[in-house]
Unconditional design. Sequence first.
Length: 371
Amino acid sequence: MKRDKKLKVFVDCHVFDEGFQGTRTYIEGVYKELIKDTTRQFYLAAGNIDNLASIFGQHSNVVYIKYRIHNKIFRLLGYLPWLIVKHGIDVAHFQYRVPPLKFCKYMVTTHDVLFEDFPEYFPKIGRKVSYYTYKISAKLADVVFTVSPYSRKAIVQHLGIKEARVTPNGIDTIFFEKYDKVVMVQLAAEKFKINNYLLYISRWEPRKNQHMILKAFNELKLYESYNLVFAGETTFKNPEYDAYYAALPHTVKQKVVRLGRINFADMLMVLRGARLFVYPSIAEGFGIPPLEALAAGVPTISSNATAMEDYIHFMGQWQFDPQNYTEFKDVLLKALNNPEQMDISGIKNEIKTRYSWNIAARVISGYLNTV
């Protein structure tokens, strides 16, 4: 469609005011590609626009809008529609929820609806709120995007829409960069007092299955040779993990390290220094950490459930059913004892081909071309 002025695209970036999460990675990856198109004008909005500018840079076709209202409800109900009208926006892109007042075209990315397929892992009130707000937003949106074939099928089924377009997550090029393994191991030992460690990077909640790793770590007596390291902020408590950990002897506990929320530089260093990356999550809308680990050349084993079933094309025998403890232990021991059998170089090439932000950006750009 020919236009006599630049298409104005608004992007809600409030997640950049919070901690690292999948939606932030998604927006950053996609829009670093999209803003290369100078025939469109982009308006990126958040509370901390200096932070946004440090991430996306200064460009003639990018305007940073500072949020003056930080309450999420007030912002969604009235402030965002006002900003859209004020700046003459043509298309606005939101994650999960869109404003109920509509003065332009809406794009929404619904990353997953796991609370519908796995309600036991989510608080009841939160499930209800998410279901109705996601459903209303999907109905209001002119186009719905998601990040995996698994999520697309679930969204169409549960939210009652006709179509969701897949914009797969990409792996940042920094994970593919070369580094000195010995140096990374030394840095991790110096800063966090960890060495020869198994690593799991993910939010802390029951569906992430941290308790299964801990159980195997203890029963297989891996603590005699390794540390077990967890990194990631807590979303929900995991009573099963807490109970099992509390009953462990001190000799095992001292080999288990919870780093909690760490910055990106430390996360990358800890990842690169790992002996093995383990990802036993029960349910994911995409599941990007094992791909990042493999891109960084770290031996990795992963769940094969939900969206991660797509990884079978290149991970094969290094995947397992996250609810089959025996299978998990078998794959874990095979990876620790025979890491040379893992074709990490070949897997890295597959990941680089399949998971590029350019692919997701082309899907969104294709829609923008129709506006």
